[in-house]
Design a protein around this ligand. Structure first.
Ligand code: FMN
Length: 320
């Protein structure tokens, strides 16, 4: 998720979800090829497996970007065919590519010939008036013929005129059953369902009908959610979920290293505001991080103070 699942966010989430496949933000393939690769793609090797999501529609550029991604250790290359933003439409990639399945197939074929890791596609159930099940199935079959074996389907269509990206994540209704039907009709493909999965019950309702679930906003705002799903998906040998204070302590050397290098503490802690979500102390934790985390010179001591503020909250109030 752009501006959210950057390297610091992934370092943090990996401590709660040791096995889930994490995804980068969408990174524009042109920028990878021509820009500051280390800044765009640099990551902590402990975070693997991580999929690199690329945005683009030029097969040669995507292939070059995918190859560079492999040099940085990514475990999968994913093509974004779901982003509805105007800027992305103007550049002719993202969700608007659903109208041009042969082009997406060419992109997949080019990337597949460049890398040995899986090349996957994240798409919507449709765009604008192209919202029939047949349209989606044809798109997926065309792209699958180029060798894509895994599709992550955000279970709502995108409206490309008039809605902001945010509205496009909320207004078009969700249809998980459309994604389930796709899996039923194309059982040889791996179909992952995404969109509105905010509780364990909603995730469990998907299990019989899809090969996996992708969780976005809820995992970001309530990171224990992805920790819980990680353990439900792979119950064998799961390490126990760490307590929030242990997560913070584990990050001590990471924070010291990055702050020591000149990164602002806030760049890391802004992703951690939900660490105490649904627990006593959540508000105190967020307040300390928000007030002190972005001050210049802020270091790990701010995180310690935030934990102390959260843990100092009485867990049980009695009137006796
Ligand atoms: C801030 C933000 C940024 C996003 N950026 C991306 C992105 O870069 N690539 C992508 O495929 N989806 C992106 N999405 C969409 C999510 O991946 C996901 O498809 C959508 O939020 C629905 O899933 P959810 O209900 O679990 O959040 C973004 C969502 C948000 C909230």
């Amino acid at each position: 998720m752009m501006d959210w699942t950057d390297r610091h966010c992934r370092r943090f989430l990996r401590l709660l979800a040791p096995r889930a496949l994490l995804y980068t933000e969408m990174i524009v393939a042109n920028a990878v090829v021509r820009g500051d690769r280390a800044r765009l793609l640099g990551q902590d090797s402990r975070d693997q497996p991580v999929a690199l999501q690329l945005g683009g529609s030029d097969p040669a550029v995507l292939a070059a970007a995918a190859r560079i991604g492999i040099d940085f250790g990514y475990a999968e290359i994913n093509l974004n065919v779901g982003c509805p933003s105007e800027r992305v439409q103007d550049a002719e990639f993202g969700a608007c590519l659903m109208a041009d399945a042969p082009r997406v197939a060419d992109c997949v074929a080019a990337m597949r010939s460049a890398v040995a890791v899986p090349v996957t596609v994240k798409c919507r159930t449709g765009i604008d008036d192209h919202d029939s099940y047949e349209f989606l199935a044809r798109f997926v079959e065309t792209v699958a013929a180029a060798g894509c074996r895994t599709f992550i389907v955000h279970a709502r269509k995108a409206l490309l005129g008039g809605l902001t990206p945010r509205q496009n994540r909320e207004i078009p209704p969700l249809h998980h059953e459309t994604v389930w039907r796709l899996k039923g009709d194309l059982p040889h493909l791996s179909i992952v369902v995404n969109g509105g999965i905010c509780s364990v019950a909603t995730a469990e309702a998907q299990w019989p009908h899809a090969d996996g679930v992708m969780v976005g906003r809820e995992a970001y705002h309530n990171p224990y959610f992805i920790g819980l799903l990680d353990r439900l998906a792979w119950p064998a040998g799961a390490p126990p979920l760490p307590e929030p204070a242990d997560v913070v302590e584990t990050l001590r050397p990471y924070v010291a290293e990055h702050v020591g290098r000149g990164d602002r503490l806030h760049a890391i802690t802004r992703h951690m505001l939900g660490l105490y979500a649904h627990r006593p102390g959540a508000r105190a934790f967020r307040r300390v991080l928000s007030e002190l985390g972005s001050r210049s010179g802020a270091d790990f001591a701010v995180l310690e103070a935030a934990v102390a503020a959260a843990e100092g909250t009485p867990r049980l109030r009695t009137t006796a």
